[in-house]
Design a protein around this ligand. Structure first.
Ligand SMILES: Cc1ncc(COP(=O)(O)O)c(C=O)c1O
Length: 368
């Protein structure tokens, strides 16, 4: 069987995007000033992708248009029932000026899984990747070239139909916007402190935990505020059986003293592409990797006994972040520090920025 036989997008014609240039696009000087210090999520490029979907017409009217407000009917289903999904993926500028993204097929597939769970239409992966390429074709100059900088791409899709009945919407739009991002950690990677959420859950069995949908993040805001009140950076969630799930926006990995990497696996956790990649790099180095339940008690006992030698979090935004402290009601556990997380981080970012050979074929060039 050839690859084409197994490719669900085989035979799919590329979309023909209509491009409307932004007449009030920032000048090169204004853009460069923003790219000096872009921060995260506050500046946006001059254009956005917009594709319509309807039950009758399927995916249609693909376009790149000036970045700007979206007109919504007050009865749009997303405003009432939260039928919405999104993705997060970065574009990296290499030393030769070319622009690449990382494993976009994986983000495209995850968007499809999220769509299935939220009863939204599945955008073909080929269209997903094409949408990123189309945006970079007009806004490629917004990919910053500084150390650890990137252009964060935010594809999202929501129910636009004006109808207050509770059922999957018949009209949906898919968009991609982009925001230049500075180095997550200024002056080197810092370990984060984690607050254990005991009163609030992020996901439940059969719920939407594995989907990247706004409601999961809305549910994490109150416990995240609790984390800040307790002087912690991030919150970690447990499942109903007391097993560790993940942080508000990152997966978690434990390193055992025999070099095995253990990460929680369940259908209520978002399957991170950073985690999958880091674990593959660890396997390449000869580490064993296990996806299994880790209870809070096993975590705390493992750290106390020395069985767990490192704990880190991983995700697209911060890549890999060592966990320095776990704090909960009435306890404060210092976490062991090791060097594996940082060396895997370096290997991964070297691949992403084109400083090391991409032996797994993970990079996808966006600007050619
Ligand atoms: C809840 C949650 N878990 C895990 C991740 C990590 O996923 P990825 O590595 O694909 O960014 C993210 C970030 O996107 C997230 O929001």
């Amino acid at each position: 069987m050839t690859l084409l036989d197994t490719d669900p997008d085989a035979g799919l014609e590329p979309l023909e995007f209509a491009v409307t240039k932004n007449l009030t696009a920032r000048s090169a000087a204004e853009r460069e000033q923003i790219l000096q210090s872009p921060g995260f999520g506050t500046h946006f490029t001059d254009h956005m992708v917009d594709i319509c979907w309807s039950v009758r017409g399927g995916w249609h009217r693909p376009r790149v248009q000036p970045y700007g407000p979206i007109a919504l009917d007050p009865a749009a289903a997303v405003l009432h029932y939260g039928q919405e999904i999104f993705e997060g993926i970065k574009a990296y500028r290499h030393a030769d000026g070319s622009v690449h993204t990382f494993r976009p097929d994986q983000n495209g597939r995850r968007l499809q899984r999220s769509a299935r769970r939220l009863a939204l239409p599945e955008l073909p992966v080929a269209y997903f990747i094409q949408s990123l390429r189309e945006l970079i074709a007009v806004d490629g100059d917004w990919v910053p070239g500084g150390e650890d900088q990137s252009l964060y791409l935010r594809p999202f899709m929501f129910a636009k139909e004006a109808f207050l009945g509770v059922r999957p919407a018949h009209k949906v739009n898919y968009y991609v916007i982009a925001s230049p991002a500075g180095a997550y950690f200024k002056g080197g990677v810092q370990p984060v402190s984690i607050w254990l959420s005991e009163d609030y859950a992020r996901a439940g069995k059969g719920g939407t935990g594995a989907a990247k949908t706004g409601g999961n993040y809305a549910a994490s805001l109150l416990p995240q505020s609790e984390a800040y009140e307790n002087e912690c950076d991030q919150v970690v969630f447990l499942d109903q059986d007391g097993n560790v799930e993940e942080l508000g926006g990152m997966n978690i990995v434990f390193v055992l003293k025999d070099g095995t990497l253990v990460t929680p696996q369940s259908d209520s956790i978002l399957e991170g592409i950073t985690r999958d990649s880091i674990l593959q790099l660890a396997i390449d180095r000869g580490h064993k990797v296990e996806g299994r339940d880790v209870s809070l008690a096993q975590w705390r006992e493992g750290v106390a006994s020395g069985e767990i030698v490192e704990v880190f979090a991983c995700g697209t935004a911060a890549v890999v972040t060592p966990i320095g402290v776990l704090k909960g009601k009435g306890f404060f556990d210092q976490q062991p520090s090791g060097s594996l997380a940082l060396s895997l981080r370096e290997e991964l970012t070297d691949i992403q920025y084109g400083r090391r050979e991409d032996t797994h074929g993970w990079l996808h060039r966006l600007d050619a």
